[in-house]
Design a binder for this molecule. Sequence first.
Ligand code: PHE
Length: 339
Amino acid sequence: MRDRLEALQNSGLAEIQKTEDLKQLDDLRIKYLGKKGEITELMKGMKDLSNEERPLIGKLVNDVKEKISEEIDLKFNFLNEIQRKRQLETETIDITLPGRKITKGGLHPVTETELFIKEIFREMGFDVADGPEIEETYFNFDALNIPETHSSRDLQDTFYIKSDVVLRTHTSPVQIRYMKDREAPFRMICTGKVYRSDYDISHTPMFHQMEGLMVGENISFANLKAILTEFVSKVFGERKVRFRPHFFPFTEPSAEMDVECVVCGGKGCRLCKGTGWLEIMGCGMVDPEVLKEGGFDSEKVSGFAFGIGIERTTMLRHGIDDLRAFYENDMRFLKQFKK
Ligand code: PHE
């Protein structure tokens, strides 16, 4: 029995020495120490031993068990360590790699221009107002002195929702809404979407406008010129401007404001169609009829108003030649304006 135990210990230790992986080592643990393992098997012979021998052999069995178990633990730690090292070598994380970029969105160029020009007027003391896109014909037309026979009331330009409700065709109805709740003097601007049934390289059925209105005692065309000239120089830099007589039903006198061409500086090019000038907005002195609709006495106060196309302003600021590019959502186009 002693010899068998010794032989078992020797072969066990030798086998443990030779193992090279954890699975093999686990098999050995079962082979020697398991419930049906070799030592357990050997212990079955204990019952045949004499009373003196039994405790001695029992101790020896325990020693062998302990020795083998210790050896297995040592080997286990050793193999485990090797495996971890190997893992670290093959599965390394390169901490010097740059992190993944978080992609930020940017403002749409029309929105950016809208905020930019709004801020210019805000700095000049203008209040920022708002009005509905679905508008009553009264505010969109009648109150603005646009008679039923005026061409902008034509069914082809205006999107009608009901006979007396339209998608607003301009931001001018906000003039009336604003005047009705206010006392003079005031100055306000309003930006927003407007709708016309039109589609080609310079027209989309929806576009953006900015409206401005200033009302008070002794407001004159000189005030209009001063404010709008200052505005244009902030948007396009120091450039010549001119006011051409025009007609709008809600202003009298009315004008269109032109700025020296941003491309050729006035010499004449494709953008300005050889004229050297670019039209940028409509403006004029508020018609007495409109002041009256807004609740003001045109004998006591006067005012001026203006309307600017925001897409057009954006095109001139960035040299964009097709209005439709704004609404195609082509990322290659939009990304160029990201700040
Ligand atoms: N509402 C006019 C348009 O849409 C622009 C404008 C506004 C003209 C105010 C004069 C005064 O064309």
